[in-house]
Design a protein around this ligand. Structure first.
Ligand SMILES: [Zn+2]
Ligand SMILES: [Zn+2]
Length: 466
């Protein structure tokens, strides 16, 4: 127990006021920070080299992964919750309260949840949000029980011979399908290959939004999806409908001419001479075939000039099991700066097609996203003589494991006050004080009068009673 020295009370009062006031200033600044994160996220500022905006924040701003994900979530949520955003920006509602409220708030319930935030302490808000989510979860469970029987998939042939697929999937099944299609589409159509080409823009030379040159033969989004579905089906059959071990998980059969694989210019034209073709005839770029072959089972076939197979070599796994285990043990996940995803693919720093040996020294583990970065997006990796890896951006700049520290003003609190004052914010020690007078919080009652579903339920039962 620490008891304040007698006579120090006014001084402690001032200290407390200062803490409260500075906290409100920090909350107001947090609102600005979240605005910037939302903008950065929406414009894909993290896209070069990072898996997500949160992942970028852990690297650049030094946040732990949980806090980074939470910042991004709250930033996105505030985009459609202007009242909560405004209250945070004025320092009237703390970030903790806003964080809790955005877990349940929708534009329809925002107003009343804002009042909960203003009236209660952070602990009250937390309890009400928890109860609110319980009501949401119960209704979600009911909804999912109603949805389950309506799942269906119909596959039938149209008059012209095309096969039509139509279905309704439960959200989680749908998510798996979307993920799988995405992975297959990425294999077929490398990123940067005009991703959202619609039927209307097909013939246009310049994509109106991205400003990228769109070739006339770029498949539309729908066509890419169709190709991806075909690849999924083939892959599933190929693997006996079994997720398989990591090395075999993305087993896709491609025929690659040896000279194509050994092509040193990884940014080579997608349709460079020589064969780099999926079994269904789809061409892939040199860079993509190098990536797919980097950590894959390979079968060497000799063709004669007419394309007839003259000799088939034994199926060899490029990376043997024991070596893969050693690699996992050493790298413990993706080695790309700041990534740390705990699983990945084995990347040959010097490709085996260029006589790079399959040894620990020449291998580095990279996640799927970053394996693409080094093969298809121009990122470079080399191993230094001391065994450390060095990554470079496509422009040749070093990609530091830890970014250089940001320079902060000598008196950051004073600067923050000055900036908030300049914006017309009148923050004082009582800015964020709740209207609570110390009465007991009745969470059940609060939910009954606040949650739309609870209100509806009460209305229904009272009508039934009448
Ligand atoms: Zn590789
Ligand atoms: Zn990675």
């Amino acid at each position: 127990m620490i008891s304040p020295t007698v006579g120090a009370a006014p001084e402690l009062e001032r200290l407390g006021d200062e803490i409260a006031e500075l906290s409100a200033h920090v909350d107001a600044a947090t609102a600005r920070l979240l605005d910037l994160i939302r903008d950065f996220d929406a414009r894909g500022g993290w896209g070069n080299g990072f898996r997500s905006c949160a992942h970028w924040l852990t690297w650049r701003a030094g946040l732990d992964p949980g806090a980074a994900r939470e910042r991004v979530r709250v930033a996105r949520a505030l985009g459609s919750l202007p009242r909560l955003a405004h209250a945070l920006a004025r320092g009237e509602l703390s970030y903790s309260k806003v964080r809790a409220l955005t877990r349940v708030a929708t534009p329809a319930t925002e107003e009343r949840l804002l009042r909960v935030g203003q009236a209660g302490t952070a602990e009250h808000v937390e309890r009400i949000v928890r109860a609110w989510r319980r009501v949401d979860r119960i209704s979600e469970a009911k909804q999912s029980i109603q949805r389950h029987p309506s799942r269906a998939l119909h596959v039938y042939q149209d008059e012209d011979g095309m096969v039509v697929v139509r279905g309704r999937l439960e959200p989680e099944t749908g998510a798996v399908l979307v993920k799988a299609l995405e992975a297959a589409r990425e294999s077929l159509y490398p990123a940067g290959h005009a991703r959202n080409v619609s039927a209307e823009t097909r013939s246009a030379a310049i994509h109106p939004e991205t400003g990228l040159l769109v070739c006339e033969d770029t498949p539309t989004w729908g066509q890419q999806q169709a190709d991806a579905l075909a690849l999924l089906a083939e892959t599933a059959l190929h693997n006996g409908i079994d997720p398989g071990t990591p090395g075999e998980r993305y087993q896709v059969v491609i025929h690659v001419d040896a000279p194509v694989l050994a092509e040193s210019d990884a940014s080579g034209a997608p349709d460079a001479p020589g064969q780099s073709v999926f079994e269904d005839g789809t061409h892939v770029s040199v860079a993509t075939s190098q990536r797919l072959a980097c950590d894959a089972t390979r079968v060497v076939m000799q063709h004669d000039a007419d394309g007839r197979v003259t000799e088939v070599g034994a199926r060899t796994r490029t990376i043997r099991r024991a070596l893969r285990r050693a690699l996992h043990h050493r790298d413990r996940g993706c080695r790309f700066p700041g990534c740390g995803l705990p699983f990945g693919q084995a990347h040959h720093i010097r490709h085996w097609a260029h006589e790079g040996p399959t040894t620990l020294l020449n291998l580095a583990m990279l996640c799927r996203r970053h394996h693409r970065a080094v093969h298809e997006e121009g990122y470079q990796v080399e191993r230094l003589s001391d065994g450390e890896l060095r990554f470079r951006r496509p422009d040749g700049q070093l990609f530091a494991d830890v970014p250089p520290p940001t320079l902060v003003a000598a008196e950051p609190a004073e600067l923050l006050r000055a900036q908030n004052d300049a914006k017309g914010l009148r923050i004082h020690p009582r800015t964020a004080i709740p209207d609570w007078f110390g009465e007991r919080l009745d969470v059940g009652w609060a939910i009954d009068v606040l949650h739309p579903l609870a209100i509806e339920e009460i209305r229904r039962t009272s009508q039934a009673a009448v």
